[in-house]
Design a protein around this ligand. Structure first.
Ligand code: TPP
Ligand code: MG
Length: 358
């Protein structure tokens, strides 16, 4: 059994910084779900319920470190300071988006913030993250590459290849597995942690490669902070890769294919006044919601209710402004469709004789 990391005691200013990131992520996605009720946004995935993993973990990265995200990337990018206006515009396909409207929610990338590329191909980013770590090693740079992925990615062959090379070469990469299958609809008590993986503990998959692995509660920002700090220190000191399995409980609005705001918006006062939590989702908010938990932990560290309420008000305002910005943004020019392509389909069409693309 891999070791577990206890929750660290963090001072109030740090707890408030973590909470601010987590509340901003939550408000962003709540606003997105509401927006999708009135506009045709298409399909997207939300990070609700996992904010205490990506927020505190990615806050520890430094300039020049890179991270590779997934179809569930919104929280990751916000945690590293990407502009929510440009993110929401990208999700709506607008010219002002992070990728000029071409990537959409599944491929939000922000190279200046350490996200060189994002892929919704489950498991696909794992070898790419290892490749970046290899480049850092070869170029003599003291940088770390982080592979962010869900439990499902461990079902892919790409994981085994990536883990092998990372271990063989002792590369500076952190494998951060976000196991959100705890409590999934398809899961019965005593079942596997993922719907189709035949292993009891996902972190055990790192053991044959000799990669140090820990299992943590992904809703515990202190534990995330401690585990990620250790993994980053190992990578930066030449100690090679690490594996973290962060377990979270699925948000009730994420049980189907389309996210639904069944719980309503979270309120920070649920943290000090649990009697105000609406009945149907009382258990989730009180026992599993990482934002409400972070509020309680911030209070326990000495932070005041006013400071916490101000974080919520700011985030609510900020994300309402992002919605307005995205909706007012123009669509990309038609000519842009052929810009920044690896292969120009017009040339390709001529070469293959399949007819011209107008
Ligand atoms: C290679 C590949 N196969 C299948 C899919 C379809 N797909 C999209 S999300 C998803 C589930 C992924 O599960 P997990 O990695 O645990 O991420 P989660 O959605 O639970 O955060 C699948 C199978 C895909 N995007 N890529
Ligand atoms: Mg999953």
């Amino acid at each position: 059994m891999p070791s577990t990391v206890p929750s660290g005691a963090l001072p109030a200013p740090q707890r408030l910084r973590q909470l601010r990131t987590m509340v901003r992520i939550r408000r962003f996605e709540e606003a997105l779900i509401e927006l999708a009720q009135a506009h045709d946004v298409g399909h997207f995935h939300v990070y609700i319920g996992q904010e205490a993993t990506g927020g505190p973990a990615l806050a520890l990265l430094e300039d020049g470190d890179v991270a590779y995200s997934t179809h569930r990337n919104h929280g990751h990018l916000l945690a590293r300071g990407v502009d929510p206006n440009a993110m929401l515009a990208e999700i709506l396909g607008r010219a002002t988006g992070t990728n000029g409207g071409k990537g959409g929610t599944l491929h939000l990338a922000a190279p200046a913030h350490g996200f060189p590329t994002t892929s919704a191909s489950v498991g696909g980013p794992l070898p790419i993250a290892v490749g970046s770590a290899f480049a850092f090693r070869e170029l003599g740079r003291d940088r770390v590459s982080v592979a962010l992925f869900g439990d499902g990615a461990l079902e892919e062959g790409a994981w085994h290849e990536a883990a092998n090379i990372a271990a063989l070469r002792q590369l500076p990469v952190v494998f951060l597995c976000e196991n959100n299958s705890v409590g999934a609809v398809t899961q019965q008590a005593g079942d596997y942690p993922s719907s189709t993986l035949a292993v009891g503990t996902l972190a055990d998959l790192a053991r044959p490669f000799g990669i140090p692995a820990v299992v943590i509660d992904g809703s515990d920002s202190g534990a995330v902070h401690a585990a990620m700090s250790e993994a980053l220190a190992r990578a930066r000191s030449g100690g090679g890769p690490s594996f973290i399995e962060a377990r979270t409980v699925r948000w009730p609005g994420n049980q189907g294919i389309w996210a639904e705001l069944v719980t309503g918006r979270v309120q920070v006062h649920y943290g000090w006044d649990p009697a105000t939590i609406p009945d149907p989702h009382r258990a989730w908010f009180a026992e599993h919601d990482p934002v409400v938990r972070a509020v309680r932990e911030a209070l326990a560290s000495g932070a005041g209710r006013d400071a916490i309420a101000a974080i919520e008000a700011d985030a609510t305002r900020e994300m309402a402004a992002a919605v307005a910005f995205a909706l007012a943004s123009p669509w990309p020019d038609a000519d842009e469709a052929f810009a920044n392509l690896y292969a120009d389909p017009r040339v390709n069409a001529l070469a293959t004789g399949r007819g011209a693309v107008r």
